[in-house]
Design a protein around this ligand. Structure first.
Ligand code: TYD
Ligand code: ZN
Length: 403
């Protein structure tokens, strides 16, 4: 049953038993993993793409949640840009408040703080929030919902902007977010959020964007229907080149602003592309299985030929790839990653060791399986020596290939 409108949800893929994608394990935690069935469907009524079972929120977003937005120079630049855009388009003066839902290690808050913008971030991962606070940003530890929103409104006043990147789709009980926004947002304020675009995920074959945290996969049509249920209106939607293809949605109270032409344009595109059609997703599901058999065959051949393969980037996405296709340390002995919080741990479910980034070059492997494909340009430029001495990249979206 649809979590938004109670309509029937038709399943189009079952990616099997999956762990919490960011629960990197210490060896003594191997027996206490939480699993769920990662199946995805589309609501026949409101067209929202959503999971059929939800990983418990408390298993996903713990105090030691290891993801850090600031590790990517691309994301640092992106959020500096967001800060500039908010100042130029939404904020009248320094007194206007920006609240960020899911502020992680403060990659956006730091930019707002540097510009003298009044801001407050809220995030359940205490360690990431502490990193933001250490840089001078204003943060609270916790989930954003009616209670925390009311508490913020009571001490800080209403927010001119509520911003969120890649967070609100993570919350199956998304009604708690919108009720919180209703309590906190100024009458003429904007709720601006960014998220991966389901249309790009299907078109470009980014199947590994499906993992526990991405409970909903948004499209303009389904988001417009969703926000309307809570008394809001989608007034703008813009494509942004983040995580392989995302949209930035601008939502206001109903009737507060005129809807921009971008919304109708994207709705047209979506209708032509079939983003609300069940068959579009069935085809996508078959493509996922082809990638799996090709990738396992390639990794098996390389191992049998005595070649060394290393995983590059212990992404959340890699949990879906390794667990659904059954890729463990026998095929990929370790994954290197720059995030200290992930190093020395085992990847969730598949239990592939995560080693520091330096291990990549000690010595270079024959092949690197690029799990962090969304940072391909940044990583390939940085790793030119790997290729210069004969190394090759393995990519698997939209299909398996060596470059
Ligand atoms: P991200 O792309 O945000 O993926 P996801 O949302 O699927 O978790 O995470 C990228 C991961 O790759 C993160 O763990 C950091 C790592 N990484 C490197 O190890 N080296 C790099 O140069 C970059 C850009 C990222
Ligand atoms: Zn629905």
């Amino acid at each position: 049953m649809c979590r938004l409108c109670a309509g029937p949800v038709r399943q189009w893929v079952d990616l099997g038993r999956q762990p919490a994608s960011n629960a990197f394990l210490r060896p003594e935690q191997l027996d206490s993993e939480t699993f769920f069935r990662l199946a995805v469907g589309i609501c026949a009524d409101c067209t929202m793409v959503q999971q059929l079972e939800a990983m418990p929120t408390g298993s996903m977003f713990r105090a030691d949640y290891p993801y850090r937005s600031s590790t990517s120079s691309g994301l640092r630049r992106h959020f500096q840009d967001v800060a500039r855009t908010l100042r130029a388009t939404e904020l009248a003066g320094p007194g206007d408040l920006v609240v960020e839902i899911g502020s992680n290690d403060g990659v956006l808050l730091r930019a707002l703080h540097a510009d003298g913008v009044r801001h407050l971030g809220i995030d359940p991962s205490a360690e990431a929030a502490a990193a933001a606070a250490a840089d001078g940003a204003n943060v609270r530890v916790g989930f954003f919902d009616e209670q925390s929103a009311a508490a913020i409104a009571a001490t800080e006043g209403r927010a001119k902007v509520i911003f969120s990147a890649n967070t609100i789709s993570h919350v199956a009980r998304i009604d708690t977010i919108f009720r919180g926004v209703d309590l906190l947002l100024a009458a003429d304020g904007a709720f601006i959020f960014e998220d991966r675009y389901v249309s790009d995920i299907v078109e470009f074959g980014y199947f590994d964007q499906i993992y526990d945290e991405h409970f909903y996969l948004f499209a303009v049509r389904s988001v417009a229907a969703m926000v309307a249920r809570f008394g809001f209106e989608l007034v703008d939607a813009q494509r942004i080149p983040i995580h392989g293809g995302s949209l930035r949605y601008t939502v206001t109270r109903r009737g507060a602003r005129e809807r921009r032409a971008s919304v109708a344009r994207l709705l047209d595109e979506e209708a032509r592309y079939g983003v609300a059609e069940y068959e579009t997703y069935l085809r996508f599901g078959r493509q996922i299985d082809r990638v799996g058999s090709d990738l396992v065959a390639l990794l098996t051949d390389l191992r049998d030929a005595g070649r060394r393969v290393v995983g590059y980037g212990a992404t959340s996405k890699s949990a879906t790839v390794t667990n659904y296709f059954g890729i463990g340390p026998a095929l990929v002995p370790f994954i290197c990653d720059t995030t200290p919080e992930k190093q020395g741990r085992l990847s969730p479910g598949a239990h592939i060791p995560v080693r520091p980034y330096e291990a990549f070059a000690e010595p270079y492997p024959d092949y690197a399986l690029l799990f962090a494909w969304n940072h391909a340009a940044e990583i390939m430029a940085k790793e030119h020596r790997f290729v210069a001495q004969g190394g090759r990249w393995i990519l698997y979206v939209p299909h398996v290939r060596i470059v």
